[in-house]
Design a protein around this ligand. Structure first.
Ligand code: DOR
Ligand code: ZN
Length: 351
């Protein structure tokens, strides 16, 4: 596709990693995801986390109630793995179509992960069951060892944990979520077809300098934290390579502006309102708009064994100004790209 193209029609995309929250925040943010994406893998790190099929079904119903039905959006629910997870509950939840996948948070790795897994040995029966039934394992891949530099925690996780998991459960489908390093991209590319990764808009767009440009920028803080430029370039190469192992997962993670602009600001970027615009910017800059559809709309469903979406969306080259803040519940959220003008605009579903 030539760089003079100014309208792109692609199959409607899915978001394979998003935080929709609950209650008033869910009501405020859900339609941003639903207006662009047909489906989304919804993270279970609520308070309390989603650890049973009944809690998963109830959460799915709350999401469906929060979303405008005209947007035709399907939430895909995940189970939060704890040390005490019951493999039968996972198998039953998956069999009943409630749990699409299960999420591994190493305990204390990120927001609401205190009840996460303290040692892989605790969840081996669950992993064996998931391997057997073809249920994907979604991994927040960072060690929590305070002695490991925060910028190295993903690469060290590959050595200490992920490589062993891949060996021990060769048939397990694993998504290495929101990868941030060249090491992660290389590991996934070199692994078998059952190992894939999601990549966020922000890790493709900024490096760690952006967090400190002219002062500390809490709205650019997320976990895993953004890394050096060479890692950003490796992620851009992976996302635009055409490899079916890499697909779209925004990790959109809304927090009230007061929780970000604080002495101990929360991790997470709210990129849902301009998600496809942000990815389109990266793919256009890389001269790879012809590969956006694979990354956004095809590789994910194929990995998960789900049908491709039938509908299509249009993305047009037309300036779009990103607001400084968006109202949400009784507060506001600062979106990713706040105050910027983006060149590619989401023009909606085409018939
Ligand atoms: O930045 C992040 N925010 N990373 C995560 O892993 C969790 C997320 C959240 O829930 O806020
Ligand atoms: Zn996340």
């Amino acid at each position: 596709m030539s760089e003079t193209v100014d309208r792109l029609v692609i199959r409607r995309p899915d978001d394979w990693h998003v935080h929709l929250r609950d209650g008033a925040m869910l009501a405020a943010v859900a339609d941003y995801t639903a207006r662009q994406f047909a489906r989304a893998i919804v993270m279970p790190n609520l308070k309390p986390p989603v650890t049973t099929a009944a809690a998963g079904a109830a959460y799915r119903a709350r999401i469906q109630a929060a979303v405008d039905p005209a947007l035709n959006f399907t939430p895909l629910i995940t189970c939060y793995l704890t040390d005490g997870i019951n493999p039968d509950e996972l198998v039953r939840g998956h069999g009943e179509g409630i749990f699409t996948a299960a999420k591994l948070y190493p305990a204390h790795a990120t927001t609401n992960s205190a009840l996460g897994v303290t040692a892989i040995d605790h969840i081996r029966p669950a992993l064996a069951a998931m391997e057997r039934i073809g249920m994907p394992l979604l991994i927040h891949g960072e060690v929590t060892d305070a002695h490991v530099d925060i910028f190295d925690r993903e690469a060290v996780f590959i050595e200490r944990t992920l490589a062993g998991l891949v060996q021990d459960y060769p048939g397990l489908k694993i998504v290495f979520e929101h990868i941030t390093t060249a090491e992660a991209a290389e590991f996934v590319a070199a692994s078998g077809p059952n190992i894939a990764a999601t990549i966020t808009p922000h890790h493709l767009a900024i490096n760690r300098n952006a967090m400190f440009e002219g002062g500390i920028r809490p709205h650019l803080y997320c976990l895993p934290v953004v890394k050096r430029e060479r890692h950003r370039l490796a992620l851009r190469a992976a996302a635009t390579s055409g490899s079916a192992k890499f697909f779209l997962g925004t990790d959109s993670a809304p927090h009230a502006v007061t929780d970000k602009e604080s002495a101990c600001g929360c991790a997470g970027m709210f990129n849902a309102p301009f998600a496809i615009e942000s990815y389109a910017k990266t793919f256009a800059e890389e001269g790879a708009l012809d590969r956006l559809e694979g990354f956004a709309s095809e590789h994910g469903p194929r990995f998960y064994g789900l049908p491709l979406n039938d509908s299509h969306i249009a993305i047009e080259r037309r300036a779009v100004a990103v607001p400084e803040r968006l109202p949400a519940a009784d507060t506001a959220i600062v979106p990713f790209h706040a105050g910027e003008t983006l060149e590619w605009h989401y023009a909606g579903i085409v018939v």
